[in-house]
Every structure is written in C-alpha cells, then in structure tokens.
Design a binder for this molecule. Structure first.
Ligand SMILES: Nc1nc2c(c(=O)[nH]1)N[C@H]1C(S)=C(S)[C@@H](COP(=O)(O)O)O[C@H]1N2
Ligand SMILES: [Mo]
Length: 529
C-alpha cells in the first residue's frame, strides 16, 4: 500500500492516456477496416506477420501446448505487448510530446509494414492503419494536455489526508476530473467503434461466404442458346455477354450493402388484394427462368459504355403480382432497396409478358455483391433508375400520382423507356490506323423493339449498310461490323440504327437528364498513308 501510494498520479494517468489512445487507434482502424480486406486490419496483419516470423520450434510448441487455442493465445499475448507499449508511449508523451508522437508514428509504421507485406496487399490497405494512427495521435494529445500537474496532486492528496490514495471526485481538481472524463469517453468510444467494426466485418464476411457457398437451382426455363455469330468479327468490339467483373456499376451506395440472404425478405404490399412477404429460400424454390437482358443506365452519354449484357436468372415479377392481385386504379410498382434507393416501374410493363425478373443469378453465378446480392430487379426495356433496383426488399403497388421514386425527386423522369442507340467501338476515337481496309464495328440496342439495320457514314458521304451480327433476343444489344476502305487523312465516322418498331434512331441531340441521351455517335480517326 505504501509503495503504490508513491507512484505519482501523473505517471498512472500518463500510462492510462497511452492505453486509451491505443484503444482508439485499434478501434478506429477496425471500423475503417470494414471496407478493406481482413488483412488490412492492424491486429490481423500483425498477428499474421508474427506467425510468419515465429521460428518453427516455437510454432510447434504453441500448437502442442495450446492446440486450437493457439491463435487466441497469440492475440492475448499481442494484447499484453500492445498494452505495455501503449503505457510506455503515454509516459514518453508526458516527458515530451514530440517523443510520444514520434513513438506512435513509429508503431503505426511498424503495423503499416506488417499490412503492406501481406500477400496481395495494396497501398489502399494502409488506410485503416493510417486512420487509426491519426485518431490515436489526436486522442493522446487530448489526454496528455489534461494530465494533472504533479504539484496539484500533492496539494490535492495532502488536503484529503495522508491515507487516501486517490481523492474522491468531489475534492479532485478540475484538471483531474477533465482527464478522467475525457479518458472515459474516449475508451467507451473506442470500444463501441471497435465492436461495431468487428460486427460489420463479421457480417460482411459471412455474407460473402454464404454467396460463395450458394448453389443456384437450375432454371425451370433455360435461356435460348445464343445463336452462332452474335459477335461482330472485329477486334475491339465488346464481348456479347459482359463478364460480371466488367459490368458497369451505378448506385448511390457509398459502401456496398451487405444483405444476409437468411434474413432477407421481400415485402409485397400496397394496392393489392393480398399482401405477403417472400423469403430467399421461397424464391429459390420457385420456378426460375433465365434470360439475356441488356441493362442500360440513363446517364449513358451518346457513345458511352454504361450498358452491359448478362444472362439473368430470376423469378418473373408477373408471377409475384399475380399472387398479390393489384387493385383497380393502381399503375405503378415502387421498388425500394435496403439502402433506401427506390424506382417507379409502370405496372403494365411488369405484366405484359416480357422477362421482368426478381433476379438472383448473373451469368451463371449468384449476383455479385455490387450488383445487388441477394436479389435485384431486371426489367428489359427500361433504364436502370426506373426498374433495376438492387438489394431490393420492398415492392409497393401504388399510383404514379401518389408516390415518387429516388431520382424522380431529383429532377429525372418518372417513366423512362430505353432509347434506341448505336455506338462505334472499333476503331477507338482519335485512333491512328493504316490506310486500306479498316474493320469498323460496334453495338446497337433497342430493348423490347430489336435492332433491324445499322448504317455507317464516312465524312459527308452516303449512309452505307453495316453487316449485322445475329440477334439473340429483342432485349439484347446487337453487334455490327463494316469494312471501310480508308484513304489517308483525317476522317469522321458516324453510326445510326433502325429499330423494328420506330424505325430510324433520332439524330436529335438530348442530354441524359431527364430521360436519356439521344443523337448519332461519331468519332474522328486519322488514317496514315
Ligand atoms: N439499390 C440501388 N439499386 C439501383 C441503383 C441504386 O443507386 N441503388 N441504381 C440504379 C441504376 S441508375 C442503374 S443504371 C442500375 C445499374 O445496375 P448495375 O450497377 O448492376 O449495372 O442499377 C439501378 N439499381
Ligand atoms: Mo442509371
């Protein structure tokens, strides 16, 4: 008791300041780490590096002694070492702030080295450690300034009498109280932030694991096999089926929502005779169909690449509506995602026989997380913002006059069928090509109507018919090619298409807002002699 009394309070608080700041560092890094690979989390990276550097005999000893608890023991040991180091840093900072700060940065650098030397690590993986180190520094600074002065303690202790080690709060100096308040607040924050981060990371990983292990049922109705010759025979034209990894991604989500399929539910309600909810398993047990559909974003400029074609697997929305039995007067389905995005889709579009789907599969695998796992909507013929809700959880049958959707509230149209479009993909704009035969090619789309004809114009010459690749369905894009006898000089190439319902694509230039760009795509190329 006598000994303990002689450790000055300022030393204890300095060590505590170091400890709390280490907690803040780890907590913040843990939370930031949710958006990165698990190996970007300081504790995981340090542990992994430690395991790598452990000599084999020690590893064997650990496994023999602790069995499967060896990793727990490792983490506990790391915790103890971290705590001791943190106390020392706190004392150092008390001596001289710059020393303490330098020590924190040094430790941050050690952790950073552990992170960056992991296999497959990228520079971005340093962000959680950097964020944590900054937060730890700030916390240490905050606390270090509140450490009670040695002089104050002596007077405070003296006033309280020789037998009281720590004076009760009432007789504590304002500095001391403010130190403990700040330290307590920071410790709680660190714990909450760290626990939240760990929980989020766990959810994220479990959703990813679930997706990886998921085997989709085989379709009740398979897609028609693609006809031979859907690809234009020209280098530089996009693949007919867009690989998932290359599929454009558009959404308002800062962090991709992690939706657990085991708790996912679709609520169907509103102006219907029967309201109900559907689970993921129920959906998988239903008669799923497969269909190739080209999605297009309304923000795609003329010639742009915000379009992709995939084979989707899903349950017809018409069937969902058949069960719900919409009431007379309803004319819209408002679909809402788990993150609050919403889209207004005309009711009749979902019931007119097209392959409008509650999709669970994309090109033979479960939807990627980015593309709406576990369930999204896919509606042929409508731009994504009025139809393609990812991470969908709610379908409300309603009326356009009663409800509006996310982008409609921000100046975009409430209805938006996809406009007929065509683009040149090869050669690239401003390419230099050798004179002679040049292979020109690209893609055109008019979902629900189908592309019938594509024409190409060189400079101000006459419009010439391009060769059409085979059509898969009216809901997929169609490729085309054109053999150009190119003369040296600078030239313009222009493309336009005809759909099977409305004929020639309009040359009227329109901006994407409010319901999609229009106009003919043209590029400039230089032909070298
Ligand atoms: N939840 C959610 N779903 C969404 C969006 C969104 O922002 N949030 N964007 C829509 C838009 S504008 C488009 S073009 C398509 C894009 O789908 P993709 O990212 O799979 O290509 O998703 C639609 N679904
Ligand atoms: Mo979009």
């Amino acid at each position: 008791m006598k000994k303990l009394k002689r450790i000055p309070l300022s030393v204890l608080t300095a060590a505590l300041a170091g400890l709390v700041s280490a907690g803040v560092l780890l907590g913040v890094a843990q939370l930031a780490g949710v958006w990165f690979r698990p190996a970007a989390s300081p504790l995981v990276a340090l542990g992994a590096a430690f395991i790598d550097f452990t000599p084999t005999w020690l590893k064997n000893f650990a496994v023999e002694t602790f069995g499967t608890a060896d990793k727990t023991v490792l983490f506990i040991a790391m915790g103890v070492v971290t705590a001791v180091l943190a106390c020392l840093v706190g004392l150092l900072a008390r001596r001289r702030w710059t020393w303490g700060a330098a020590a924190v940065i040094l430790l941050g650098a050690v952790v950073g080295t552990a992170v960056i030397t992991r296999a497959g690590a990228g520079v971005l993986d340093l962000i959680p450690t950097a964020a944590g180190t900054l937060a730890g520094l700030a916390s240490l600074r905050l606390l270090e300034r509140r450490i009670p002065e040695a002089g104050e303690i002596r007077t405070a202790t003296a006033a309280a009498g020789p037998d009281v080690t720590v004076a009760p709060a009432a007789s504590g100096t304002p500095t001391r109280r403010s130190f403990f308040a700040a330290a307590g607040l920071l410790a709680v924050t660190a714990a909450v932030v760290g626990a939240g981060g760990t929980a989020l990371a766990g959810l994220r990983n479990s959703v990813e694991d679930f997706r990886k292990a998921l085997r989709l049922p085989s379709p009740f109705r398979k897609a028609e096999p693609l006809p031979a010759g859907v690809h234009a025979p020209v280098d530089g034209v996009v693949p007919f089926v867009t690989p998932n990894a290359d599929f454009y991604r558009i959404d308002t989500a800062l962090a991709v929502p992690r939706v657990d399929p085991q708790t996912w539910q679709l609520r169907v309600h509103g102006m219907v005779e029967e309201e109900f909810t559907m689970s993921f398993q129920e959906l998988l047990d239903s008669e799923l169909l497969e269909s190739y559909v080209t999605l297009t974003c309304v923000s795609n400029p003329v010639g742009g690449d915000l379009a992709g074609n995939a084979k989707w697997l899903g349950y017809p929305l018409a069937k969902v509506l058949e069960r719900a039995r919409p009431l007379p007067g309803s004319d819209m389905v408002l679909s809402t995602s788990v993150d609050g995005f919403s889209a207004s889709t005309p009711l009749e579009v979902l019931r007119d026989g097209r392959d409008a789907l509650l999709a669970v599969g994309m090109n033979g695998e479960p939807l990627p997380l980015d593309h709406g796992f576990p369930v999204r909507m896919v509606v042929p013929g409508l731009y994504g913002f009025v139809s393609a809700t990812k991470w969908v959880v709610d379908l409300e049958v309603t009326r356009f006059q009663d409800k509006t959707a996310y982008w409609t509230d921000r100046g975009w149209s409430e209805r938006a069928p996809i406009k007929t479009a065509s683009r040149i993909e090869a050669p690239r704009p401003f390419a230099r090509v050798p004179a002679g035969k040049v292979a020109v090619g690209g893609t055109a789309w008019a979902q629900q109507r189908g592309i019938e004809r594509v024409e190409v114009q060189v400079d101000d010459g006459r419009w010439q018919e391009a060769e059409l690749a085979a059509e898969a369905t009216v809901d997929t894009w169609r490729q085309w090619s054109f053999s150009w006898q190119a003369e040296p000089g600078q030239h313009y190439l222009r493309v336009r298409s005809y759909d099977a319902v409305d004929g020639l694509q309009t040359d009227e230039r329109a901006d994407p807002i409010p319901n999609g760009a229009s106009g003919w795509h043209s590029i400039s190329v230089t032909v070298e002699p």
